[in-house]
Design a protein around this ligand. Structure first.
Ligand code: ZN
Length: 210
């Protein structure tokens, strides 16, 4: 990726109440879902239970946008040549890594939970990072579920990668600020992609395939 075109997209969330997310049952994909493969590099920062549940929640959000996600679980570190995790990303393949980045003591203000590296000129991206410790802190401070916040954050960053933009929308999952008021309101539409963004993501994946 060209450094000059890289733009860091910061997802800013504000402490608030996050009511329970949808259940983590396995969604059923159909032929109309546009396939996308997403690798995750979780390192030592996520418990298996949180990892599994967060991916299920992200899967549901992306499915509602018409995307059929296949997760490829990778470990940080050196992989064997035969390991698919050691291969370059293929068409319609993205990557999420989970990391930690502690905030300075007595930090106040918006809480960036992660970022996506986006080539805004080519309108594409392939790698996003989620700061697990910040998600955990926000969930703990707001008395909400870490896995739900993780799943929604993952889907938001995938949105940036597929939309190839640093911008946000005034409504829906791609809002820049997840305010306490909105979190407490917990309207379903606040945690889904807008129809326009969903269509744009499907179009981006379709163009990658043809
Ligand atoms: Zn964002």
């Amino acid at each position: 990726m060209r450094n000059t075109l890289r733009t860091l997209v910061i997802l800013i969330l504000v402490v608030g109440t996050l009511p329970g997310a949808a259940g983590a049952s396995e969604p059923v994909f159909d032929a109309r879902d546009v396939p996308v493969t997403i690798r995750t590099y979780q390192g030592p920062f996520l418990t298996p239970a949180h990892h599994r549940s967060a991916l299920a929640i992200a899967t549901e959000i992306l499915k509602a946008a018409g995307l059929g996600v296949q997760w490829r679980i990778c470990e940080d570190g050196i992989a064997q040549d035969s390991d698919p995790c050691s291969a370059p990303l293929g068409p319609n393949e993205l990557a999420i890594r989970f990391a930690r980045q502690p905030l300075p003591p007595n930090y106040r203000g918006p809480l960036p939970l992660g970022y996506a590296v986006v080539d805004t000129q080519a309108r594409s991206g392939s790698l996003a990072t989620i700061y697990v410790d910040r998600v955990d802190r926000l969930a703990r401070d707001s008395g909400t579920r870490t896995d739900a916040l993780l799943g929604r954050s993952i889907a938001h960053e995938i949105g940036h990668l597929l939309l190839g933009t640093t911008s946000h929308t005034p409504t829906g999952l791609m809002r820049a600020i997840w305010s306490s008021k909105a979190l407490q309101r917990n309207q379903a539409g606040d945690w889904l992609f807008t129809p326009h963004d969903a269509r744009s993501m499907r179009d981006a994946l379709f163009l990658d395939q043809h």
